[in-house]
Design a protein around this ligand. Structure first.
Ligand code: NDP
Length: 527
């Protein structure tokens, strides 16, 4: 997620501006699939939990098999943590928090460590990017951008922010001095998805650590590797033992143990709306910890009739739906197009989709990699079947990509999608673009808004009045005009309705998830 504009530029059409100098990007240093395969062959994959500053096996000794979804090859066996391991990680996090070496350190001291971590992440960008690609099936180009570019930037940005964040003095008469200060909330439980494994870790870890929290992180079972390696680099950067703990394992065990733990003070979760709801239940049945939720979406892409259907629009439409194989919470799968211009739109979209290169994620020419797992591939194919069953028409793709041992789905375009169909209602999380025709702009606005989700929307129009009207009326956390973008590191990201809670990731707002607000009221001579 994030910096999608950059990714769209690189992957789908070199047509969109983005303020990132090409020479800054590690992808520029590389190379061929053979180079990446050579790096892959030399990688040592982390396989244990990271608790109190060192790698340890799960207390039960249990392990799970970790696959490369692009080849179905086994990458290794990883510690399967359960409640006991979460207890140990929380105890380490609590000890570190109470000891204060991190939680009460001067902001400048935390900044120094976070900047060192950013530098180490950049130094190890190639190793981490290849590891991410192998673990998730994502393309190496995406991984180099996310892991090599955005992830270190997050640690740098929040490191730089924290010694420039001031409290407040409330207005009083001379009898008092009223200070409003922020303190780290304590131990944070971070539960991560698999679609942007290290980037989602950075979205949460960077502000949580900058705020002074200790953390217990559970990566998704499909993608445990890069955050374990990051924990090791964080220790090397000088993060005190126990501040950052990683417990790989399953949602029902390690995830639930985090949700129900009475000594975890806050949870931040990204994943499905169903599991997000479970975290609210866990909190209500344990210690009422606040829960920040970033969940599913069914985001619209709206083309108004004044917008030229040019290369930029088409490139954005395709990347909005298909980028990262559609495994993106803000994927703009529902594409609303004026009825009179649908054929023109579809013709151009189909030409662009036909030109997409799908396959080996380690080939820099590849634009779309694998689905994250066999289960997820089945789930996406099931939605394609549902679309056909309800009368939508497949005009591109529509099945698994043959000739691979891994879990690929062809980029798929549906015509004749009708608002209310299953594929226009439920989150598919796969490479599926659906076209819904409309007659009047207000009809598009009504259908686009009629969703239980409210994460993101894109609107294309040349008319500023219409742009503002749609931006204000669409009930979602981010509206992107004339470009598919979720904003960047500086802008808050989160959803309305069942896409999120009031919490926001990114921007200065993210820090609030990990801080308490305290009032200190000091009586003066008159008080
Ligand atoms: P989940 O919501 O199941 O997983 C997200 C995280 O929650 C993972 O770390 C997972 O662990 C954990 N988890 C799962 N079940 C529980 C539980 N009972 N208690 C506590 N933690 C739990 O997403 P999936 O990976 O299953 O993907 C399913 C769908 O969710 C996708 O198809 C997509 O629609 C949506 N999704 C949305 C994302 C987003 O960015 N908003 C990201 C990922 C998925 P584990 O990996 O071990 O199951």
């Amino acid at each position: 997620m994030l910096d999608h504009g950059w990714v769209a530029t690189v992957l789908f059409e070199k047509a969109l501006p983005w303020p990132c100098a090409a020479t800054e990007h590690p992808a520029m240093d590389i190379a061929t699939p053979t180079d990446y395969r050579a790096i892959a062959a030399g990688l040592a994959f982390p396989s244990e939990a990271f608790i109190n500053g060192r790698f340890v096996a799960a207390r039960s000794g249990a392990r799970f098999t970790n696959l490369n979804p692009a080849t179905a090859a086994i990458l290794g066996e990883v510690a399967a943590c359960d409640e006991d391991d979460v207890d140990a990680a929380v105890a380490a996090a609590r000890r570190a928090f109470d000891a204060g070496a991190w939680s009460r350190a001067a902001p400048e001291a935390r900044k120094d460590v976070l900047l060192r971590l950013a530098a180490l992440l950049r130094e190890h960008a190639m190793e981490l990017s290849v590891m991410e690609s192998l673990d998730s099936g994502k393309t190496i180009t995406d991984c180099l951008n996310e892991v090599g570019h955005e992830v270190p930037n997050f640690f740098q940005w929040y490191g730089e922010l924290i010694d420039k964040s001031f409290g407040k003095v409330a207005p009083t008469d001379e009898s008092a001095l009223a200070l409003i200060v922020h303190e780290p909330v304590g131990v944070a439980g971070l539960v991560l998805p698999w679609n942007f494994p290290l980037l989602m870790a950075a979205w949460k870890l960077a502000p949580a650590l900058a705020a002074g929290c200790s953390v217990v992180v559970k990566p998704a079972e499909q993608t445990p590797l890069t955050v374990l390696r990051l924990a090791e680099l964080a220790a090397q950067a000088g993060l005190p033992d126990g501040v950052l703990n990683v417990v790989p394992g399953f949602g029902e065990t390690a995830g639930q143990a985090i949700g129900r733990h009475r000594d975890i003070d806050v949870v931040s979760f990204t994943g499905s709306t169903e599991v997000g709801a479970l975290f609210l239940k866990y909190a209500s049945e344990s210690n009422l910890k606040p829960v920040g939720l970033e969940m599913g979406g069914k985001s619209p892409f709206i083309v108004l009739d004044d917008a030229p259907i040019d290369d930029a629009l088409v490139s954005n439409a395709v990347s909005a739906a298909l980028w990262n194989g559609g495994q993106n919470c803000s994927a703009n799968m529902r594409q609303f197009v004026p009825r009179a211009r649908k054929d023109e739109f579809l013709d151009k979209v189909l030409a662009r989709v036909a030109a997409l290169t799908v396959g080996d994620p380690l080939d820099p020419a590849t634009e779309m990699g694998a689905m994250v797992s066999a289960d997820h591939q089945r789930r996406v194919l099931g939605y394609i079947e549902a679309g056909l069953g309800e009368g939508a028409r497949v005009v591109a793709g529509g099945g698994a990509l043959e000739g691979h041992d891994g879990y690929f789905v062809k980029p798929t375009v549906f015509d004749d999608v009708v608002h209310g169909m299953t594929i226009a209602t439920e989150e598919i999380f796969g490479p599926v673009l659906g076209v819904i025709a409309f007659s009047e702009p207000e009809e598009a606005l009504r259908m686009a808004s009629d969703s239980v989700y409210g994460l993101h929307a894109t609107v294309f129009t040349r008319d500023i009045d219409r742009a503002l009207h749609f931006a204000r009326r669409l009930p979602c956390g981010t509206v992107s005009i004339n470009r598919f973008s979720e904003g960047d590191i500086k802008t808050p990201f989160g959803g309305y309705k069942r896409s999120g809670s009031l919490a926001r990731d990114n921007g200065t707002e993210a820090i609030a998830q990990y801080q308490q607000t305290k009032t200190i009221w000091i009586g003066g001579p008159e008080g």
